[in-house]
Structure formats: structure tokens, C-alpha cells
Design a protein around this ligand. Structure first.
Ligand code: SF4
Ligand code: SF4
Length: 375
């Protein structure tokens, strides 16, 4: 019997609001999650427009706010936006590479009530950090970490993990401990956007992953009660996909620098969806009534094997962007799932990752000129 559900889902508020204030960033990370054609987005929202979005989303029930990018500190109004967010009662997190941060800016962000800062590193060594981001930023990041501590923030360090740095996990964790980190997020690369382009270089081998997990467990024991370590296995090594963005249009609203509203920050790539813009429509209309936010809500859109799968409540069929990238169909089951007819694509990538050969295509850095060539 086909157990597919076609009733309309109950829609709650967009509890998480992610503002990608700009796609500008001095770094050129090979795993960057920004769209490949980010360089064509130049018309950023003004301070007043961002503040209107904040107010409208708060009225809908948004409580958690992420200020991200690109590098959000490329804009000089982060302080004004954080100020208004605090006044409205958001819990606000600044997600930064550290470039653009100064002691003065940090004092002002503290004064206006910014709650949380997440600082990213690319590796524990200057050479690899600077190579992966194609900038000399390692020393600057270390200084930023000291200032963040000085200003009384919890120290939250993020490092994206992949084939080129996973063998340094021990020294990455050691670096975070020396910095006095309270939280360390070891975020295994998600293969979208620039990371998808560079996947043959970045997907670790099974042996690398197993070693990394052992290292991380040893540190977790050692640092119990002192530092929390988060580590998520890359989904290519799983048999089931993740519940992407907690389910399309259930929790997260992302606003891109040009005002495009999306249920996740990579959704811009999906064809056949016309994403609404906050310049033309209110957050209320966008969240409840737009085709883009409703297209993959609930389960009515699902095809087989998801439509009759008993696990569909757990993962909502996985990630729509991954389904599009790997199966060329945004409504397909995420190919990470072993029940997907396209699962072989993931298995082949994992098999190739066990080999030691150097990929034929060179690493592509997230440069505006490279981005323009994909536009
Ligand atoms: S991943 Fe790297 S290049 Fe992309 S926005 Fe973050 S710091 Fe900039
Ligand atoms: S078939 Fe679809 S719903 Fe079932 S586990 Fe796989 S991705 Fe999830």
C-alpha cells in the first residue's frame, strides 16, 4: 500500500533567520558554501532594508539570528544591524573569518548586545590555513581569537574538515584548546557549491575518517567539562541523508545579500523555483504563501521511494540541493540514501576517495573571476 501523505503541513514560524549580509569576502576558500556564481550578485540590501527584514521576521516569531556572508564584516553596518536585533530580542550570532574585526569594532558589537561570535579557521598550520583560503590570514585569526576572549565572549571555533586537513585533527583540537575555546565545531565539508566543484580533492578516505573519529574521541574524554567538541561524519559515508534544514520551510529562512529569500542558503541553484525577494514581498507573504517556500514543505511533493518510506518523517527525503546536484532532480530522494536509485553516484565518489591518485582537475579557489566564468 502506498502510504504517501498529501495533506498540507502545519506551518510554524521561521525560528532561525540567517542574513547573508554580503557575498564579498577576502578569503577564497576551496569549500565555500556560497553560490558558485556569487560574483553576479552586487546589489546588496541597504541597512534600512535589513532592519525591515529583522522586524518583519521577529513579528512572525523568529528568535535566532545568524549574521553571515561572505564575510559580514565587509559591511560597516553590522553593528547597527546587531543593535536593532538586540533591541528586538533576537539571540544573535556573528559568523566570521575574523577579517575586518578590530578591537574597536568588537567593543562596539559587545556594547550593542551581540550575543555570540563564531570564528573560523581553515587549519592549525599557517601554511595550510593560508593555502586553503588563498590569503595570509592565520596570524590575524589568532589575534581575533584573543580579542574575542578579552571581550568576554564564549570562544566558538569552527574548522571545516576535509581530505586536505583531516590528518591534522589532533593539532587543530590542540590549537583550539590553547586558544581557550569553549566550543569547537569540526564541520565535515558538505559537498555543495565550491566544495562540490572540488569534491575529488576534498572527500576524505574511510581510513582518514576512522582515525579522525578516534582522535576526536580521545580529546572529548580529555576535555570533558572544559570544551565541547562537535564532529559530524560527512553524509557521503552514511546510508541515510540528514534532515536538511530541519525540513524545507519548517524552521529556517535565509536572506541572500540581494534580498532573495530561500529555505536554505544553497537553494539558489535549484531550477524551476522563483525565489521571492524581500524588496517586493513581506516576510509573512514569503514564509506562508510563496511557491518557493511551499514547494517541498511536508511530504506531498515526494516521489518513490520516499513517498511510501517509513523513514520519511525522520529525514524528509534529505537535501533538495544534493538531490538536484547528484540526481538532477530536486524532488528525488537524496542520493546519499541507500534506497535511492541514484545512490551509486555517492558510492562511486566514496570508492574514488579510497585511491591515492591526484585528481586531474585542479583545485578551484572561490575567486570572483572564477565565479564569473560560471555565471
Ligand atoms: S567559506 Fe571562506 S570564502 Fe566562503 S564566505 Fe566563508 S571565509 Fe569567505
Ligand atoms: S527513501 Fe527517502 S524518506 Fe526513505 S530514508 Fe531514503 S531519503 Fe529518507
Amino acid at each position: 500500500m502506498n502510504a504517501a501523505v498529501t495533506t498540507s503541513p502545519v506551518v510554524g514560524p521561521p525560528l532561525w533567520l540567517l542574513l547573508e549580509l554580503t557575498y564579498r569576502c577576502p578569503l577564497q576558500c576551496v569549500f565555500c558554501y556560497n553560490p558558485i556564481d556569487f560574483a553576479k550578485v552586487e546589489d546588496e540590501l541597504t541597512t534600512e532594508e535589513w532592519i525591515r527584514v529583522l522586524r518583519e521576521a521577529r513579528a512572525l516569531g523568529s528568535v535566532q539570528l545568524g549574521l553571515s556572508g561572505g564575510e559580514p564584516l565587509m559591511r560597516d553596518d553590522v553593528e547597527a544591524i546587531a543593535d536593532e536585533a538586540h533591541r528586538l530580542g533576537y539571540y544573535t550570532n556573528l559568523i566570521t573569518s575574523g577579517v575586518g574585526l578590530t578591537r574597536e569594532r568588537l567593543s562596539e558589537l559587545k556594547r550593542v548586545g551581540l550575543d555570540h561570535i563564531q570564528l573560523s579557521f581553515q587549519d592549525s598550520t599557517k601554511e595550510m590555513n593560508d593555502f586553503l583560503s588563498h590569503t595570509r590570514t592565520f596570524e590575524l585569526k589568532k589575534r581575533c581569537a584573543e580579542w574575542i576572549k578579552e571581550h568576554g565572549y564564549p570562544m566558538v571555533v569552527n574548522c571545516v574538515i576535509h581530505r586536505l586537513n583531516i590528518d591534522h585533527l589532533d593539532t587543530i583540537i590542540d590549537m583550539a584548546v590553547r586558544m581557550g575555546a569553549d566550543y569547537l565545531e569540526l564541520a565535515n565539508t558538505q559537498y555543495y557549491s565550491w566544495a562540490h566543484l572540488n569534491r575529488e580533492h576534498l572527500l576524505p578516505s574511510r581510513e582518514q575518517l576512522q582515525k579522525a573519529e578516534q582522535t576526536m574521541q580521545t580529546w572529548r574524554e580529555r576535555m570533558k567539562g572544559k570544551m565541547k567538541i562537535f564532529f559530524v561524519v560527512p553524509d557521503y559515508y552514511e546510508q541515510r541523508p540528514k534532515k536538511c534544514v530541519n525540513g524545507w520551510g519548517t524552521t529556517l529562512a535565509t536572506i541572500a545579500p540581494d534580498g532573495m529569500a530561500m529555505p536554505c542558503h544553497t537553494a539558489r541553484m535549484l531550477p524551476g523555483l522563483s525565489f521571492p525577494n524581500v524588496r517586493a514581498r513581506s516576510m509573512k507573504e514569503i514564509w506562508f504563501d510563496s511557491d518557493a517556500f511551499n514547494r517541498f514543505r511536508g511530504q506531498g511533493w515526494m516521489k518513490e521511494p520516499c513517498a511510501s518510506c517509513e523513514e520519511r518523517e525522520k529525514d524528509f527525503g534529505g537535501c533538495r540541493c544534493q538531490a538536484y546536484l547528484l540526481a538532477h532532480d530536486a524532488a528525488a530522494a537524496d542520493p546519499v540514501c541507500s534506497k535511492s536509485p541514484h545512490h551509486r553516484v555517492v558510492v562511486s565518489a566514496v570508492e574514488r576517495a579510497q585511491q591515492t591518485r591526484v585528481p586531474e582537475a585542479p583545485l578551484v579557489f572561490r575567486r570572483p573571476e572564477n565565479s564569473r566564468s560560471y555565471s
